[in-house]
Design a protein around this ligand. Structure first.
Ligand code: GLC
Ligand code: CA
Length: 556
């Protein structure tokens, strides 16, 4: 297997709005990030994935871009960006930008032109269709509720928006659109950035016949309907040829709706498209069909089956990303662990289980502190249009009562991940001296970076150690993977192997104490405990594994 820096690195995702506010307006910004680079250096990460910082009217917090070559005023200036990039590079930290090119903002100059008239030179930059029998051209639903088609009065035609009405989809079949995107990417790469995380890149190529899909609980087909469309691989290969092949980059495609077979093409080790993809099957493990608004706990057996499929399926063919959360998901400790009695144990257990797999790990800001879901009270506490729209749509349609829907969005809303970073126990968690743009989680007085940096047993120091181990043991990056005990509903146990070295990873996803007999070759052999989340692990042929306990054994 070819060895490269982007397989060996650890990526840290920053959601700039909520990371660190440097000027007291309640909104995180670029200078705030620059201020905290030493913190990230100390944690040991190699790469920052920066969620969008481009000019945007903020309908979807920067994922609706009105100018790809300008910085959002709230976040600072291009000079601030250049300084941040420079300071990051000085510390050996690379910067990967979010590339949001499935759609633009409706306030982007291309769309302002496009909607003016049918013969405007920018008309074909977007996807326009005539009404069919006086209605939408098909039943596709927007990711953020309602139809994916919006009637535009000026020309009496619909435009497609797989996300909000203010995020019209670009028409990638138009070669001019590809030219524009590729030029813009080159401009950023020439500036010195180190790669791209590509927003919903699996959706860029639409089937021109626009077929209906299966309707979900709101009556519309899923926003994933266009995933892996007819020309997506061709367009990404063109992007590689014309842009990426000229630079040394990390590229990760956010590929909603991606299957294992498709991922083998997107992230193939022949290097024709992307370095790796984000797949979503383990994020859908607690969904009900296409409905993510559930509040049920996952079945660990499903989780193991999914991750094992990806570990084995991409081995030596493509490359995995490893993640348990991001800015679109609730906090992993609240979702897959226990954010009460076993908060620290379960946060460390989850990290162990994920970081010991084959692939490139992604840490989402605050995950390294075990930040939890937020105790939102009413719908007014939410900021995210996805959660707010879903609340009104599903309660108005009578799918759920208000109380029930509130319970579901409290558990699953992406706003859980977007509350301000908890730096210390001072007012507003040290995030801002002003009023934060969204509520701070009241548990900041006990869960914060300052406290954890001073405490060697903290979740923070555990993440730091996991990152150090990855640098020291190539088996963690490159070893093959083998699942043990697939039917066990509490324990996730797997082995790794590389050139005569072996790892044994055990993680208890439950409150039950369970006994686990080691496989024969681990019994009595000189093994080393690389990391464990309880202070006192005693090796024995049969181990009593305590609630949320996790450890990693190593043998040479
Ligand atoms: C991606 C982003 C998400 C955004 C959506 C539309 O899924 O991660 O935050 O809302 O695309 O750009
Ligand atoms: Ca600010």
């Amino acid at each position: 297997m070819e060895r490269t820096w982007w397989k060996e690195c650890v990526v840290y995702q920053i959601y700039p709005r909520s990371f660190k506010d440097s000027n007291g307006d309640g909104i995180g910004d670029l200078n705030g990030i620059t201020e905290k680079l030493d913190y990230l250096k100390y944690l040991g990460i190699d790469v920052i994935w920066l969620s969008p910082v481009y000019e945007s009217p903020n309908d979807d917090n920067g994922y609706d871009i009105s100018d790809y070559q300008a910085i959002m005023r709230e976040f600072g200036t291009m000079e601030d960006f250049d300084r941040m990039l420079d300071e990051a590079h000085k510390r050996g930290i690379r910067i990967v930008m979010d590339l949001v090119v499935n759609h633009t903002s409706d306030e982007h100059k291309w769309f302002i032109e496009s909607r003016k008239s049918k013969d405007n030179p920018y008309r074909d930059y977007y996807i326009w269709r005539d009404p069919v029998n006086g209605a939408e051209p098909n039943n596709w639903g927007s990711c953020f509720s309602g139809s994916a088609w919006q009637m535009d009065e000026a020309t009496g035609m619909y435009y497609l928006h797989m996300f909000s009405r203010k995020q019209p989809d670009l028409n990638w079949d138009n070669p001019k659109v590809r030219d524009e995107v590729f030029d813009m990417m080159t401009w950023w790469l020439e500036k010195g950035i180190d790669g791209f995380r590509m927003d919903v890149i699996s959706l860029i190529s639409k089937d021109p016949s626009f077929p209906d899909g299966d309707p979900g609980i709101n009556g519309y087909a899923s926003f994933n309907e266009p995933a892996n469309g007819p020309h997506v691989h061709e367009y990404l290969q063109e992007m590689r040829e014309r842009v990426l092949s000229k630079y040394d980059t990390l590229t990760v495609g956010e590929c909603s709706g991606v299957t294992l077979e498709e991922a083998k093409k997107y992230a193939s080790s022949d290097g024709k498209e992307l370095s790796m993809v984000f797949q979503f099957e383990h994020m859908d493990v607690d969904a009900e069909g296409a409905n993510k608004w559930t509040d049920k706990k996952m079945d660990l057996r499903d989780f193991k089956e999914i991750l094992t499929k990806w570990q084995l399926g991409l081995h030596e063919i493509a490359w995995n990303s490893l993640y348990l959360q991001n800015h679109d998901q609730p906090r992993c400790v609240s979702r897959f662990g226990d954010d009460g009695q076993y908060w620290a144990e379960s946060a460390k257990m989850l990290a162990t289980c994920s970081h010991m797999m084959q692939g490139t790990p992604y840490v989402y800001q605050g995950e390294e502190l075990g930040m939890t879901n937020v105790p939102f009270k009413t719908i007014e506490d939410f900021r995210d249009l996805d959660s707010i729209n879903a609340f009104y749509e599903l309660t108005e349609k009578g799918v759920y009562s208000e109380e029930e829907m509130l319970r579901r969005i409290r558990y699953k809303s992406r706003d859980n991940a977007r509350s301000p970073f908890q730096w210390d126990s001072s007012e507003n968690a040290g995030f801002s001296t002003g009023e934060p743009w969204m509520m701070v989680n009241p548990n900041y007085t006990s869960i914060n970076a300052e406290e954890q940096m001073g405490n060697p047993e903290s979740v923070f120091h555990y993440y730091k150690k996991l990152i150090e181990l990855r640098k020291k043991y190539p088996i963690i990056v490159y070893g093959n993977y083998k699942l043990l005990l697939p039917e066990d509903k509490d324990l996730y146990v797997y082995e790794r192997e590389l050139e005569g070295e072996k790892l044994f990873v055990a993680a208890n996803f439950s409150k039950n104490t369970r006994s686990l007999e080691l496989p024969d070759e681990w019994k009595g052999n000189p093994t080393e405990i690389l990391i464990h989340n309880y202070p006192d692990v005693q090796l024995a042929d049969t181990l009593e594994i305590r609630p949320y306990e996790a450890f990693v054994l190593y043998m040479k």
